[in-house]
Design a binder for this molecule. Structure first.
Ligand code: ATP
Length: 348
């Protein structure tokens, strides 16, 4: 109880038992998580899992059926969007087409005198790397530049929390990674917390400090990217955040390993009886076949440029493993599969 009350007072955003139904669809079901000041938090899951609805309830565009949203410890569910002190960056940037970059960014500062408003807007335009483009109109900018104008406009109001809906989805792949790094730097520099929605696993893993995986409106797991990637709680999370092998295994009484179709593997936590395990392809290695080991055979080799994936048949199962140009094995070769790290015991 002490730990949870400390967390409640220091959290920037707390969402508790948040629910929303549209007709027959339970879009969000009792969702809960909290975001620390200055933290970048991702809502991730497949299409229709409820991540946008969650973000829209935090923004104030959608009224929850139940639950609580606290910003800095204050309940905000009943407040209109403009009273919440939350910045929003929409997927399509929603810039005013008839306003210059300067006026778009200065828009949130209407209450300040003109000179002060423009000076402040210019600071934020420089911060996002668009110095000198003040007079341009949105249609004279690239997608990446428009994205940065939208961000400057949201940051300019100096909110404690900024909400970003699929912020990088309109950028091409080469620009996306660079923009992501830049924006992460800006958020960290300003200390503004962020909640963003994405369906892109790599984006969530690389951009967020912590992420929340959702499925059918239900929060599956919340945690730091590496934690959730390496220790997924269930088969859905394991499979959604990258490729994995799901294996059934059996743990004998008192044993710390499970017998699986690929042989005995170590476990990340104590378990007994029948278990379901996840092993990432990069955590498997191959060695030449040895007497007494389960017979495995390379079935397929998938070359992908900087690395490759081998598909291995073993004990009636097929598993995938990642390797690189140094791998001497070819389809048809007999091999032995070795797990280089403990397998994750899944809860379902
Ligand atoms: P996507 O990645 O496709 O945007 P999402 O995870 O953001 O999906 P939501 O947009 O939150 O999912 O939708 C969750 C569920 O609620 C879906 O089944 C969707 O069809 C439904 N839904 C969302 N908004 C409405 C609405 N205004 N009216 C009816 N149903 C809705």
């Amino acid at each position: 109880p002490l730990a949870s009350s400390i967390q409640a007072t220091t959290a920037l955003l707390t969402v508790r038992a948040l629910s929303k139904r549209f007709g027959d669809v339970q879009a969000v079901a009792e969702a809960g998580f909290s975001v620390a000041p200055g933290e970048i938090f991702a809502l991730i899951g497949p299409s229709g899992c409820g991540k946008s609805t969650t973000l829209r309830m935090i923004a104030g565009f959608e009224r929850p059926d139940g639950g609580e949203i606290l910003l800095g410890g204050r309940r905000i569910e009943a407040e209109p969007p403009e009273k919440r002190g939350v910045g929003i960056v929409f997927q399509d940037y929603a810039l005013f087409p008839h306003l210059s970059v300067l006026d778009n960014v200065a828009f949130a500062l209407a209450r300040l005198p003109r000179e002060e408003r423009h000076a402040k807007a210019r600071r934020f335009i420089a911060m996002v790397g668009l110095e000198g483009l003040d007079a341009r109109f949105p249609d004279q900018l690239s997608g990446g530049q428009q994205q940065r104008v939208a961000l400057a406009r949201a940051l300019c109001a100096e909110p404690r929390l900024i909400l970003l809906d699929e912020p990088f989805s309109n950028l091409d792949a080469s620009l996306r990674a660079a923009t992501r790094r830049e924006i992460r730097g800006l958020l960290k520099e300003t200390g503004i917390g962020a909640v963003f929605v994405t369906h892109d696993q790599e984006e969530a893993l690389s951009f967020a400090d912590r992420l929340c995986v959702m499925k059918n409106g239900v929060v599956q797991q919340v945690g730091e990217p590496e934690r959730v990637y390496y220790r997924p709680c269930n088969a859905f999370v394991a499979g959604f955040l990258g490729r994995t092998n799901i294996l059934s295994g059996r743990v004998a009484a008192g044993a710390s390993t499970a017998d699986t179709p690929i042989g005995p593997v170590a476990l990340d936590r104590p378990a007994s009886g029948e278990v379901l395990l996840s092993i990432r392809p990069e955590h498997l290695a191959l060695e030449p076949a040895a007497p007494g080991c389960p017979i495995a055979r390379v079935a397929e080799r998938e070359f992908k440029g900087h690395d490759m994936t081998l598909w291995i048949e073993c004990g009636g199962s097929q598993v995938q493993m990642d390797t690189d140009f140094t791998c001497p094995f070819r389809p048809g070769d007999s091999v032995r599969l070795v797990a280089r790290s403990a397998a994750t015991v899944l809860s379902d």
